[in-house]
Each structure stands twice: as structure tokens, then as C-alpha cells.
Design a protein around this ligand. Structure first.
Ligand code: ATP
Length: 235
């Protein structure tokens, strides 16, 4: 579905992604694990068109999308839930969700997706008239995910969905990620909570200072001593 081939991304002189190559197959949950500053958010931003790679390719099915504008990439079926949620604080829950569908013209489809999002996140339906800035952190995370789903993506990019949430809520969010995947959406999940991420993922990549240093099935990486020591709090 998505192939990232040898991409290099810079911020000025900082070489943030150094020849990153990875692949996501239809229907998978793939997780990208790495420490602070390893380049996880940079990779998601590059896939969604917010950053332009200096070299390398990104192929969505057979179309080259590296360096294309974010709007086109959303239209092609990739939605990005950025780190830190970024909901529009002065707009209601419902208005935020409407914005997620702003590139679509299929009114019936949009109505169906409102229903689906409210089914996944009943809390959002209860609060649909509330200003988003007054939602709790967990509710804002749900809204950011719901807004991304309103674009009806085939591939959903999630940046640290568990950040700052209480453990019970982290469980809820991960269960919902699995549900979204089961309805046919492919997922690339960036997480510092490697244990939780590996528990729902099919495959995983590990990134260190801009380079992919390990890849495998979630089970393989979960059993690797090196990965356990570095990322899973193991011994
Ligand atoms: P975190 O989980 O802390 O967000 P990350 O793995 O997502 O970490 P990135 O945000 O992708 O890491 O950052 C990768 C590297 O690029 C870091 O060294 C970071 O300091 C640098 N970087 C990120 N954004 C910018 C920017 N706008 N300007 C300059 N350097 C940046």
C-alpha cells in the first residue's frame, strides 16, 4: 500500500531522516518505535506532505507522492493525527469533525461517517456542541482521531495517541485503534509506549537517530533482548 524508499529529510543542517525505507501492506497495523527525537514525527510529517524529503521516494500504491501538497495526499487516502492533538479549540466537536471532511462532496457518505465516528466515540456525540478547547485530553485525542476518520482514509497515521493519557484511557484508545483497523483502515502508529504498540501491531520498525535499526513482526521484536532492554523496560 505504502512504500517509503530511502528518504532523506533535513531541517536546515540537521539530517533528521537518514535513508529511511519501510513498507506498509493493506490491512496492517505497523508501529514505529523510537526514543524522543529519533525522527518518528518527522517521518509521519513527510508521508503526509507537511515536509519535503531532499531525496528518496514515497509510493502510495503506484503513485509517487513524496513532496506533494498535504491536500492531495489527504485526497489520495492518507490522514494524519498529529502529536498533541491540535483540535480547533474555539470550534465545537461537530464543527471539528465537519472540517475533517472538507475535501469531500459526498453528503451521504459524510453523514454515514458522522454516525460511524459517534459509534466509535460515544463521548464525542454526547459533547458534540461543546467547544473543543474545553474537552479533556482524552476527549481531544478522540476528536483528533474522529476528525481524521472524517476524511475516510485508507491509511491512518497516528502520532503518539497515548501521550499524557491515564492508563485506563490508553487501553480504550488502543482498543478503538484495533476497531478502526478491523473496519478496513490500515494504520501506521508512532508510539513511545512500545509495549502497548507491539501488543496490537502486526509488524514494527525501530528508529534511532533518523535510521531504521530493526524491523520484524511485532512478536519477533517483542522477544528481542536488545529491544526489550532499550524500549520495553525489560532486562
Ligand atoms: P518525539 O517523540 O520527541 O517527538 P520524534 O522521534 O518524533 O521524537 P522528531 O520530532 O521527528 O522526533 O525529531 C527528529 C529530529 O529532528 C530531532 O533531533 C529534532 O530536534 C529535529 N527537529 C524536529 N523538528 C524540527 C524543526 N522544526 N527544526 C529543527 N529541527 C527539528
Amino acid at each position: 500500500m505504502l512504500k517509503v524508499n530511502d528518504i532523506n529529510v533535513y531541517y536546515g543542517n540537521i539530517h533528521a531522516l537518514k535513508g529511511v525505507t519501510l513498507e506498509i501492506h493493506p490491512g496492517e497495523i505497523v508501529t514505529l518505535i523510537g526514543a524522543n527525537g529519533a525522527g518518528k514525527s518527522t517521518l509521519l510529517k513527510t508521508i503526509s506532505g507537511l515536509l519535503k524529503p531532499k531525496s528518496g521516494e514515497i509510493l502510495l500504491e503506484d503513485e509517487h507522492v513524496a513532496g506533494k501538497v498535504p491536500q492531495l495526499i489527504v485526497k489520495r487516502g492518507i490522514s494524519h493525527v498529529p502529536e498533541g492533538r491540535r483540535v480547533f479549540a474555539n470550534m465545537s466537536v461537530e464543527e471539528n469533525l465537519e472540517l475533517g471532511a472538507y475535501l469531500r462532496k459526498d453528503k451521504n457518505g459524510i453523514r454515514e461517517d458522522f454516525e460511524k465516528v459517534y459509534q466509535l466515540f460515544p463521548r464525542l456525540q454526547e459533547r458534540r456542541k461543546q467547544l473543543s478547547g474545553t474537552l479533556s485530553g482524552g476527549e481531544q485525542q478522540m476528536l483528533a482521531m474522529g476528525r481524521a476518520l472524517m476524511a475516510r482514509p485508507r491509511l491512518l497515521l497516528l502520532d503518539e495517541p497515548s501521550m499524557g493519557l491515564a492508563p485506563l484511557l490508553v487501553k480504550t484508545i488502543f482498543r478503538i485503534i484495533e476497531e478502526i483497523n478491523q473496519t478496513g483502515t490500515t494504520i501506521l502508529l508512532v508510539e513511545q509506549n512500545a509495549n502497548m504498540a507491539l501488543s496490537i501491531a502486526n509488524r514494527a520498525y525501530v528508529i534511532e537517530t533518523g535510521k531504521i535499526v530493526a524491523a520484524g513482526t511485532a512478536a519477533e521484536l517483542g522477544e528481542s533482548d536488545q529491544i526489550r532492554k532499550a524500549y520495553l523496560g525489560g532486562h
